[in-house]
Design a protein around this ligand. Structure first.
Ligand SMILES: *[C@@H]1O[C@H](CO)[C@@H](O)[C@H](O)[C@H]1NC(C)=O
Length: 355
């Protein structure tokens, strides 16, 4: 614990200069974050129920990294009476019927579910779960905190309650080598790495526009093209339901992310911590014709001053969106834990009512 505390403080001081240098910080409230983060490290306790059979999440995915880090973390307790939150583990391929049984057993066999009808419980489901006609699953869906992968299918995410995992970067190498000083000269207005599958009028139009660098995804990914895209473009474009994996790398390299999405979204990672409105642009484009023109209008409409600020804040914010095999202070794992910590206050019925 002593080692963790030292590490936290050294990071804290490393972050401070960049905060004061920037005209503003990428956080909703830097003071609240740093103070509460420290309290979280020393007090947060999680109780994990034993799964009916051992399972794991697909390797090298964010859910697996989160699950592994959680089980290795100092947040675990074997004493449910001191737990702030309860984790309900189940395999990603669990059927609604089996999931209903999991919740029913918790409800009937242990006193903790009934105290808040699951509001101090959380679960990890990469795709998220849908509303269900089954009472147990519905209660889990409506009351417990869901952790799933960004972006979430519409209807599978409840704003302000649920949280998403930041996307896993395609290459930690490009993250580590992101330059500290950004060049200001760019050859392209926007860069898009297209997965070759997601149908998009916009992509069709952008392919024939010299202001844009459209890279078609090929196997294996050419990291050099990637870096060229980040460094030579002002903006990095992402289709909301396309490939968002390199969003964090783009930010680290000073390429301001632009998410193409036709509706307001509330499932961005670390929504309670980061001020996304100053980190990324969300742009809706018309489905039939004129998509590229509309996009260019929005991108060219951003003032140089605002652009410079977004770029700088994006670099600072990217540090919190990075996954590590061994969780590090203030990284993606700890920031997701922090979002859970913010959700720990729930009404519990008094002990006398439980029996
Ligand atoms: C929780 O409440 C239900 C009624 O909704 C009840 O059937 C069940 O026995 C209670 N669980 C415990 C452990 O008391």
């Amino acid at each position: 614990m002593a080692a963790t505390t030292t590490a936290v403080f050294s990071i804290f001081f490393v972050l401070l200069p960049s905060l004061s240098a920037a005209s503003s910080s990428p956080y909703h409230s830097a003071a609240t974050l740093f103070q509460n983060y420290h309290t979280m490290l020393t007090t947060f306790k999680i109780f994990i129920y034993t799964p009916s059979k051992p399972f794991d999440f697909p390797n090298a995915a964010t859910a697996s990294l989160f699950y592994t880090s959680l089980r290795r973390s100092p947040f675990l307790t074997h004493d449910p009476t001191e737990a702030h939150l309860f984790f309900v583990p189940f395999s990603p391929d669990t059927s609604t019927r089996s999931l209903s049984r999991v919740v029913r057993e918790l409800r009937n066999d242990l006193p903790y579910w009934n105290r808040s009808l699951g509001a101090d419980h959380f679960f990890l489901s990469p795709a998220g779960i849908d509303f269900s006609s089954d009472r147990n699953v519905l209660e889990l869906k409506k009351n417990s905190v869901q952790i799933s992968v960004f972006p979430v299918v519409s209807g599978y995410f409840i704003p302000h309650k649920d949280v998403t995992l930041p996307p896993l970067s395609t290459s930690t190498l490009t993250l580590l080598h992101a330059p500290v000083e950004k060049s200001t000269a760019t050859s392209f207005l926007g860069y898009l790495r297209w997965d070759g599958e997601t149908e998009s009028q916009l992509v069709n139009e952008l392919k024939s526009d010299a202001d844009f660098f459209i890279e078609e995804k090929s196997e294996p990914p050419p990291p050099l093209n990637h870096i060229r895209g980040f460094t030579e473009s002002k903006f990095c474009l992402f289709l909301y339901h396309g490939d968002v994996a390199s969003m964090v790398e783009a930010m680290a390299w000073g390429c301001v992310p632009v998410v193409i999405v036709d509706r307001p979204i509330q499932d961005l990672p670390l929504m309670d911590i980061l001020r996304w409105s100053d980190l990324a642009l969300l742009v809706a484009t018309p489905p039939h014709g004129g998509a590229a023109a509309r996009l260019k209008q929005v991108l060219n409409g951003l003032s140089e001053e605002k652009y410079g600020e977004m770029k700088e804040l994006g670099v600072a914010a990217s540090k919190h969106l990075v996954w590590n095999d061994e969780a590090q202070p203030f990284d993606a794992f700890h920031m997701v834990m922090y979002q859970l910590w913010l959700r720990r206050h729930v009404i519990r019925y008094s002990r006398s009512e439980i029996v």
